[in-house]
Design a protein around this ligand. Sequence first.
Ligand code: PGA
Length: 251
Amino acid sequence: MRKPMIAGNWKMYKTRDEALQFLYNVNVQVPNNEYVDTVICAQAPLLRDLVKRQGDYLRIGAQNMHESTEGAFTGEVSAALLQNIGISYVLIGHSERRQYFNETDDSVNQKLHQAFRYGLTAIACVGESLETREANETDTFVENQVKKALNALGSEQVKALVIAYEPIWAIGTGVTATSQQAQDTIAMIRRVIASLYDTDTAQATRILYGGSVKPDNIDELLSMEDIDGALVGGASLSAKNFLKLVEAANK
Ligand code: PGA
């Protein structure tokens, strides 16, 4: 009942030429988005060109946006502009944004509200550090992140957004959470949504796993009941690998 999603997060990689070559290689092979949502989140200056060449089913996302509508915020990007150039998705609160650019649970919440105002589908990221996991505090930590992120959002909004559970220790390290660890935390997130809203909302909200997802571990991750897809960094840079992930989600 929940449509699977594979979202690539290119981070600060790819020049314009490389990005357009990637689209050229993947476009015709991206499956119908009635069955699987396929998204690439790229650096801001690439977004307009990618939207223009996104093909029938691929959709383009930004990696960040500001929570204000407009203003003196040098270097930032507004939701209004993203909407205006045809962007469909936006990553909110990626752990690298939280770690290096001081994003907080509060700014994540404001950004989610702002994304809704401009019709963007937010992919809200949560996830614990290794220290937190080793202290057995993962559930409490992630629960708190989810509650704060969703503050004052309505159930229809929560159903429409996407949550990405990305344990920080698994991002870019080659260490994937086991499919059971990913399933357990994602099921816990669903229980938190059920307690904040209702079972219907919890069952409708898509929750992705992210952290060293590759063609050789995607099948197992997707076989877990509560995992609806993946947010993928490194492996999304190669058209071949990205397509393999998308194919796995389209089975
Ligand atoms: P990774 O990154 O797939 O390279 O671990 C995931 C992410 O940061 O979204």
